[in-house]
Design a protein around this ligand. Structure first.
Ligand SMILES: *[C@@H]1O[C@H](CO)[C@@H](O)[C@H](O)[C@H]1NC(C)=O
Length: 765
């Protein structure tokens, strides 16, 4: 089993890291495998995939109500709350993403509660004929619960946090200090989020219905739903546990979130060596290599990589390998060893852009009135330089996308091909047959959706072209790329759970074709990359609905409404925060304890400068300093082939296929914006729970692990918002040593001879 690859900018970490829990499948061992019902009873009906047979029931009660008041109420509220929280958090230094799992766990007791207290009276609604309606049509059932969590999934933009296109609005307003109208922003967000649904719907026949397209990631959800619903007698203890953990997490976050923020990154090495640049570069958890840095703040643990409690141990090991290799082997070698690309002229760990002399590059100065590059001013400041760490992460991004392609081709090519062929020949399995009972979605729904979205997007690119810069052919080209890649990549995801992201490829292509226009480049990236990602998430949700026997039309409506609602709330919250928080996202102007540094948007902004404004030719091409980075594409592509050849030569070494190069190379894909303290604490907490507790306290793990994760997320989220509205708006700060950041002022000093940054407090070189 393989984990989802982290793609490159953190905002784009495709779907969540819910791994195929197939490895830990034994966990829910109290699960009964229900025999097929009498009418559907031949064995050859069963799914050909063993994991599916073990996880998904073969029965369906099609009388269960799904369009209930409870479903709409909890679903819409979860979607709205999640899109609010996730957008709110996306600007924070530790942008916690609250995922579907939290809602899945938290809404269960509420659903049962509503089923217990709502009146059961039936009434007739005029215009609905003989159908009667009730606020409470019986016990809270699993199908309602699935739909609620699908709503929630839309609210967390399938685990991305918020709609990707909101990043465009953010960088225009907060980084370029220009403006984009609310209407243009809204159309951009909604069209990028739903464009992919149009063709995804048409592909359901190929990647949802066949049993061989089994979507390993969705089985995690199925087992969680079943675990939550099938052990009714323990409902109370679980709910109580959730509540207690929630209150603890809520109260504790007052300490690192307000009273003692230094606990967020305990970089004790810096405290011990307060005058040594080298020690602070090594020890700073946020601006250095994070040696020994830990945290007592859940939002730091779970921010960029999602909760460690929901990642199985082998995935944690792969991430640990990649992280240790890059941060503790390659980084020291390239900084102190070979001084790669003039590493010592810049901070060791930074996502800012610099001039050759180690000063911050003034990007506003090279943008002209037409929001394009001003070549004369660019020549004045010279080439753009990256900190060595940042340039290396681009290199690893290149390598990881290339290695995903060859890894999948060599290790899974055969399996994918066989499964795809089998899916043509096979009989319908029991799940597809049970789904036949429900009205299918007519294809014209999807045709219409596709047509309307394309027309609206075309209007955006032509009539409102001054806002988005992208020419109409850019939209067509981006949609074509996304469309062509959707089927192959969804087959890869459906059989192996890996989703290669197209972001680097799309920005590279557009940067070569049309350099000089930053917004055109990010729009192209968002249309090309996001519509494919959305299509795949949509299909994955559909497979979940398929396994859980949710009527397809309800699935579609819930996804569609959820996506529109979430995108609208994301944008409204973004505009509100960008307008109301002074100097948001400008870390040099913010006070040291301000949480509003927007690390993810900074990386998105850098990408718009590198690929759009300046163009890859002047960075990674013949006119740039970093052209050797392109070798990473080749290295990444060859790596898995070498491992595969070794495996063919020594087939007894069964650990060889477990060396998952895409995961190892992509391990640090979340960095930047993630920093070493996030990785340290994520790895430690994940190891404790998914290695030790999982192995030695299995019962506890099985009962409470996910619930603990959800409660910690929810507690932090509520306290952070409460703090913002109580003391944040009024700016009532406490101020002492413990709220003054992590106390590593020297960590970002350059160390090359003759490079000095005025006013930085660094020793003179
Ligand atoms: C950057 O350039 C702009 C335009 O030339 C100027 O107004 C601004 O003060 C500069 N900022 C810095 C930090 O030098």
């Amino acid at each position: 089993m393989i984990i989802q690859l982290y793609t490159f900018d953190a905002k784009s970490s495709t779907t969540t890291l819910f791994l195929a829990f197939v490895l830990t499948m034994g966990t829910f061992d109290d699960r009964k495998v229900s025999p097929p019902t009498a009418t559907d009873g031949e064995d050859d009906d069963l799914s050909p995939i063993e994991e599916v047979r073990l996880t998904v029931t073969n029965t369906d009660d099609h009388t269960l109500p799904v369009w209930t008041f409870r479903m709409w109420f909890l679903g819409l509220i979860s979607c709205a709350l999640l899109s609010f929280f996730n957008q709110f958090f996306s600007y924070r230094t530790e942008p916690l993403v609250i995922t579907q799992i939290t809602v899945q766990v938290a809404t269960l007791p509420i659903g049962h509660f509503l089923a217990a207290v709502l009146p059961e009276t039936k009434f007739r609604l005029p215009g609905f004929g003989s159908k009667s309606f009730s606020f409470n049509p019986g016990p809270f059932n699993m199908k309602e619960h699935v739909l609620i969590s699908i709503f929630a999934n839309a609210g967390s933009a399938f685990g991305n946090g918020s709609a990707y296109a909101v990043g465009i609005v953010t960088i225009i307003k907060a980084f370029y200090h220009r403006n984009i109208s609310f209407l243009a922003g809204w159309l951009l967000i909604i069209t990028t989020q739903v464009l992919g649904y149009g063709w995804a719907g048409l592909l359901r026949k190929y990647v949802v219905e066949p049993a061989h397209m089994w979507w390993p990631g969705t089985l995690v959800q199925v087992s969680l739903f079943r675990a939550l619903h099938e052990k009714d007698e323990q409902r109370m203890t679980r709910a109580k546990f959730f509540l207690i953990a929630l209150i603890c997490s809520f109260s504790w976050y007052l300490v690192p979130g307000y009273l003692f923020s230094t606990l967020s990154s305990i970089s004790w090495v810096c405290w011990a060596f307060s005058n040594s640049v080298t020690a602070q570069q090594l020890g700073s958890g946020m601006k250095g290599l994070g040696l020994g840095a830990i945290t007592l703040d859940w939002s730091v643990v779970a921010s960029f990589l999602f909760s460690p409690l929901i990642s199985p141990f082998f995935a944690i090991v792969n991430v640990l390998l990649g992280y240790a290799l890059i941060i503790y082997v390659i980084m020291p070698l390239s900084y102190w060893g070979v001084d790669l690309y003039g590493a010592r002229r810049f901070p060791i760990f930074s996502s800012h852009l610099f001039t050759a002399e180690g000063q911050k590059y003034n990007i506003s100065a090279i943008v002209n009135d037409k929001f394009q590059i001003d070549m004369q001013k660019y020549e004045e400041q010279g080439r753009i330089h990256l900190s060595t760490f940042f340039s290396l992460t681009y290199g690893f991004g290149f390598a990881s996308i290339a290695s995903t392609l060859t890894h999948v081709a060599f290790f899974y090519g055969r399996e994918i091909y066989d499964r795809f062929r089998a899916s043509y020949k096979e009989k319908e399995d029991i799940h597809t047959r049970l789904m036949k009972r429900y009205k299918d979605i007519p294809n014209w729904w999807f045709h219409l959706l596709l047509l309307v979205t394309l027309v609206v997007a075309l209007i955006l690119c032509t009539v409102l072209n001054d806002q988005v810069q992208m020419p109409w052919w850019g939209l067509i080209f981006a949609s074509a790329i996304a469309f062509i890649f959707t089927l192959p990549i969804s087959i890869i995801t459906a059989t192996t759970n890996q989703t290669p992201g197209l972001n680097i490829i799309t920005e590279y292509i557009m940067g070569v074709i049309l350099p000089g226009r930053p917004i055109a480049n990010v729009c192209f990236k968002v249309y090309g990359y996001m519509s494919m990602t959305q299509a795949i998430s949509f299909l994955s949700d559909f497979k979940l609905g398929h396994y859980m026997k949710i009527p397809p039309r309800s699935m579609f409506l819930v996804q569609f409404i959820g996506t529109i609602l979430a995108g609208t709330i994301n944008l409204a919250v973004a505009v509100w925060m960008l307008d109301s928080i002074e100097n948001i996202c400008q870390d040099e102007l913010l006070p040291p304890d301000s949480p509003w540094t927007c690390p993810g948007d900074r990386v998105f902004f850098d990408a718009s400068v590198i690929w759009g404004l300046v163009g890859p030719k002047r960075i990674f091409g013949s006119l740039g300093n970093y052209s050797s980075m392109n070798w990473f594409f080749l290295g990444g592509a060859l790596g898995p082939i070498i491992i595969w050849l070794f495996y063919k030569a020594f087939p007894k070494q069964s650990w060889l296929p477990l060396v998952n190069l895409p995961v190892i190379l992509g391990a640090t894909g979340a960095m930047p914006p993630a920093t070493p303290v996030n990785f340290n604490s994520w790895i430690i907490v994940g190891t404790i729970f998914n290695c030790f507790v999982f192995r030695y306290r299995k019962q506890w793990w099985q009962r409470y692990n996910y619930i603990l994760s959800a409660a910690l997320d929810a507690g932090v989220a509520f306290m952070a918002v409460l703090l913002y509205f109580s003391v944040g708006v009024e700016d009532i700060g406490v101020s002492w040593w413990g709220t003054d950041g992590e106390h590593c002022p020297l960590a970002s000093c350059p160390t090359a001879k003759g490079i000095n940054v005025p006013g930085s407090g660094c020793p003179v070189n």
